[in-house]
Design a protein around this ligand. Structure first.
Ligand code: SAH
Ligand code: SF4
Length: 373
């Protein structure tokens, strides 16, 4: 926990809730009831936890305890159904979370469960893109989040809270609806490792989203990738590569000076993949910078022998970003080189570009027409 002044319950695990319950001389099973109410039932106010005695609810309330569910401050709705949320926390700071209905941002060939129309209508499938920090310190040259700098880490409760707020907003029933999580919003999750992993545990055991439906993306924080490999419960791993050699990668991702491609690939080669699991490499294509067929051949060479797939993302443009989006045929040529080398490679369709919700565009842009709340 960050400090003992924290009275927000969201973020506490079963162990911590058990300690809290004990400090009020309540029986142990109350901790489980609280845990269920916070994470499985996703209640917003303590008063509504009907499994707890009313008197104790009031006592907790008087002591300043609250659920701590973050507030949806704004919604921006894209023509493609994507919703970008501005989510506000108790200290007045806010972050972005993105809801993408049906599919996970457009991996070709991933539409395996398209049923008849009736099923499709009833069966909701969506991906939530989650932030792990307010802003980001990593400073990738093509990313709008970098322009914010890092304001602070999110707590585990704030990471989980984003997801709960969005699930509640769509009235999602996790028993019948399929939700994927991608930790690809604002921030570098592996520079907020403890809180991020605590959030993962609460999401898996509390909220009930399987780890197999979660992916975390890192810019390549090598020591944390190593730690991550030995976690008993963990999402799938994606790595932002974005350069095919050190010279190019360093130019677009200054962090490459600290952990270069050799160091990165070395830790990835010994990364303990589970059955049928693959690493994902993300590669943002920047016209005339990293998008030639020669670059593609270098990427194929780097990934040789790894169980991996590649997601290509044509640059999502934004103000103050000095790069240019490559033409479609260059993207396809790049893809072909990798596919011919035997590496499954997908071109990701941008989601919510019109509302600045796409990859690398999260910067709390508010100078758009707001459609809510
Ligand atoms: N910080 C983590 C996760 C968030 S970024 C990371 O960098 O991996 C999620 C993805 O968006 C990364 O793969 C990143 O390379 C990509 N991205 C960043 N800016 C982009 C932009 N302007 N256009 C397209 N993709 C971008
Ligand atoms: Fe941070 Fe990821 Fe953006 Fe790089 S791409 S600045 S690591 S959010």
């Amino acid at each position: 926990m960050d400090n003992n002044k924290q009275r927000e319950l969201l973020g506490l695990g079963l162990q911590q809730l058990t300690e809290l319950v004990a400090s009020y001389d309540q029986p142990d099973y109350r901790a489980k009831q609280l845990y269920e109410a916070l994470y499985r039932q996703r209640i917003a106010v303590l008063e509504d936890v009907s499994t707890l005695p009313k008197a104790w609810r009031s006592e907790l309330g008087r002591a300043g305890f609250e659920v701590g569910l973050p507030q949806i401050e704004k919604r921006f709705v894209s023509s493609d159904g994507t919703v970008r949320y501005l989510i506000g926390f108790s200290d007045g700071q806010s972050v972005e979370t993105v809801w993408m209905p049906e599919g996970d941002g457009g991996e070709a060939g991933d539409g395996s469960d398209a049923g008849d129309e009736e099923t499709v209508r009833k069966f909701q499938r969506a991906t939530i893109c989650v932030s792990s920090q307010i802003g980001c310190a990593v400073n990738c040259r093509f990313c709008m989040t970098a322009l914010l700098g890092v304001q602070r880490n999110l707590t585990a409760g704030e990471i989980v809270g984003q997801i709960l707020a969005v699930l509640n907003d769509h009235d999602v029933k996790l028993e019948s609806e399929r939700i994927n999580l991608v930790f690809m919003g604002q921030g570098e999750p592996f520079l907020n490792y403890e809180n991020f992993m605590q959030a993962v545990n609460l999401l898996v055991h509390g909220v009930g989203i399987p780890e197999s439906r979660m992916t975390v993306s890192t810019s390549g924080i090598v020591p944390r990738i190593e730690d991550f490999g030995s976690e008993p419960v963990r999402p799938k791993l994606a790595i932002s590569l974005n350069g095919s050699n050190d010279e190019v990668r360093e130019r677009v991702m200054p962090i490459n000076r600290k952990w270069d491609i050799a160091k990165l690939l070395s830790v990835l080669r010994s990364f303990p993949l589970r059955n049928r699991e693959r690493l994902t490499f993300e590669y943002v294509l920047l016209a005339e910078v990293n998008d030639s067929e020669r670059n593609a051949a270098e990427v194929a060479e780097l990934l040789r022998g790894l169980r991996a797939k590649v997601n290509l993302i044509a640059l999502n443009p934004g103000p103050e970003i000095a790069f240019v989006m490559p033409a479609e045929n260059r993207v396809l040529r790049f893809q072909k080189v990798l596919v011919d080398a035997g590496i499954p490679t997908f071109v990701r369709r941008p989601r919510g570009r019109d509302i600045y919700a796409a990859c690398g565009q999260l910067k709390r842009t508010t100078e758009l027409v707001s459609l809510g709340p």
